[in-house]
Design a protein around this ligand. Structure first.
Ligand code: F6P
Length: 334
């Protein structure tokens, strides 16, 4: 078979391991191509034969060696037509789409429209892909967020200040929640649980009166500032940490500092968990291809690697809810 592998959307630590492992398994019996720059590589017919030997040197780094983009191949009908034409000309038997909800939704559409067989692998530091407990990259991003938070905390304690750490995550509070749990932060704000900043300031005052410092983790997605949208309809987030810090400083009179690690938590070398997850996902995607079981996304559920119809992810994402929201409220309900 002629197999294409692409990575789309924001890069995530562990992507290179998934691409390397897939290539190593597939090249024994199939022709393996990297589709460069995500779905854009199909539209532009930017594909290149790869070998595991070529990929090995970069396999354990962050980022994505085969590049990425936020191109939506179904942005409008003209684009969809161009996509259908290009994919036919390229002659792939199957495309392995490694991405978040946008990239995988595009893959689902390609499958549903009968344009090409697709197998999906979920990745994103946001951990918000529907149908899987974990995505490649999330664990590394959380570990980096913890590292940044702990360093920041030492200076917050020394100066007896209030500290705000803003983390990525888009509309999902997973990174903030896990960072908050792992550092036992005083206040955690996630998009799934809107709260009044007045109540936050009051809580900060109480905490400060007790221990002379306070640490807040805030998810970027608690506030949108508008601006241009990308091809999947997302506006750029970020900056709420600074606004919140000023608000708290004014409301409490306490010296407050904010840090926004931003993309830094996205670029680190993958943790053990993400490495093993990438290998397990790649292996299951390979098995699906060998069995001709197309139109599936591999997923992690309760410790097992399973396959679900990729169409299930179309237009959906996974937010903090159920057990995790209860855990959130146990510590930070206001
Ligand atoms: O989806 C991953 C993510 O890192 C989000 O957490 C964040 O809002 C967004 O990507 C940032 O995108 P970009 O890399 O395009 O600035």
């Amino acid at each position: 078979m002629k197999v294409g592998i692409l990575t789309g959307g924001g890069d995530a630590p562990g992507l290179n391991i998934a691409v390397y492992t897939l290539t190593k398994l597939l090249e024994r019996r199939h022709e393996v191509y990297a589709v460069l720059h995500g779905w854009r590589g199909i539209l532009d017919k930017e594909v290149r034969k790869v070998t595991s030997r070529e990929l090995l040197d970069f396999a354990f780094t962050g980022g994505t060696y085969i590049r990425t983009s936020r191109t939506n191949p179904f942005k409008d009908e003209a684009r969809a037509e161009q996509f259908a034409k290009s994919i036919k000309e390229l002659g792939f038997d199957v495309i392995i789409a490694i991405g978040g909800d946008d990239t995988l939704s595009a893959g689902a559409q390609a499958q549903v429209r009968g344009l090409v067989n697709v197998v999906g692998i979920p990745k994103t530091i946001d951990n918000d892909v529907y149908g899987t407990d974990y995505t490649i990259g999330f664990d590394t991003a959380v570990n980096e967020a913890i590292r940044v938070t702990e360093s920041f905390k030492t200076t917050i304690i020394s100066h007896e200040r209030v500290g705000v750490v803003e983390v990525m995550g888009r509309e999902a509070g997973w990174i903030a929640l896990f960072t908050g749990l792992a550092t036992m932060a005083d206040v955690v704000l996630i998009p799934e649980k809107p709260v009044s900043w007045d109540a936050v300031a009051r809580r900060v005052r109480e905490i400060y009166n007790d221990k002379r410092w306070a640490l807040i983790i805030v998810s970027e997605g608690i506030k949108e500032y508008g601006g241009p949208k990308d091809e999947f309809g997302h506006t750029r987030l970020g900056g709420v940490g600074n606004e919140l810090a000023s608000y708290i400083e004014k409301a409490t009179g306490l010296e407050t500092r904010a840090v926004i690690p931003g993309h830094i938590i996205r670029g680190a070398p993958p943790t053990a968990f993400d490495r093993v997850l990438a290998v397990r996902f790649a292996t299951e995607a390979y098995n699906a291809i060998e069995e001709g079981d197309f139109g599936k996304m591999v997923a992690y559920r309760g410790g097992e690697i399973v396959r679900i119809p990729i169409s299930e992810v179309l237009g959906r994402n996974r937010l903090v809810s159920g057990y995790w929201l209860k855990l959130y409220e146990t510590y930070w309900g206001l």
